[in-house]
Design a protein. Sequence first.
Length: 309
Amino acid sequence: MAAINRTYLCDFILLGFAGEKVFLSLLILTIYTMILLGNMTIFSVIRIDHRLQTPMYFFLSYLSILDICYSTVTLPAMLVNAITGNRRISFNRCFTQLYFFVSLGGSECLLLAAMAYDRYVAICNPLHYSVIMNKRFCSYLVGGSWFSGFLNSVLHTFMTSKLTFCQPRYVNHFFCDVPPMLKAACTDTYTSQLLLYVVSIFLGMTPFVFVIISYVKIISTILQIRSAVGRRKAFSTCSSHLIVVTVFYVTANFNYIGPAPGDSFDIERLSSVLYSVLTPLFNPVIYCLRNKDVRRALAKALTGKLNLK
């Protein structure tokens, strides 16, 4: 019994779910299924259609894989908690979830910035596009995004795991993330909070500012196009990416480097859902329904007329 009690004392209790919720369980299951099917479809179509072998779709295929991993870190565990009503999570599981959630989120911040740069070169410097955005450079951008995100998460996970947490260990969230974990600590979190701010500025605000500058230049170039059809086509190419970027960066930056991260559960819950659940859900919808090339490739794949090469 003592061993069992000590084990429970080492667990965290997630306060995101008050108990068993059938409707919430079905909602989470539906969203997760749609994320998997949508992003796997995009990745598969891009890989098998030779006309989609361009830098833009290269980045999009890896964004789809990233979104699948990103949602898998939290949604299955949330589904189990909602179905069973068991809100306990072990120390190791909690920090494993925190590590991958933070690492994949940081990777997506950088990958979205790389996609913005790709659109900037394509529209503002089209004559040198194939030279600048060559396959090796694109691979470096994707690899660097993943590496930087995972390296950043090592720092947060290590610093947060060294904190002393109050008993019982209540975490005011659906899953383990840095801001609610800092709030659950009983010791001074100044160093961890400072690290969160500094790193978030580099991985959150800096890419966002870069994206904004890129799109200001893109819009300026588009407005110089004389043809209305040409302007409309250029805007259509970039608008979907801009929608995803705006939702993701604004909500993520607010959650991590806002006025008081973790103080309001309602605000934190809303921002977390927007950037960690809705973004992976909307990515395939936006890119598929707004992109005629992807729609064409998908239609041919479904009808068995895709010419594999």
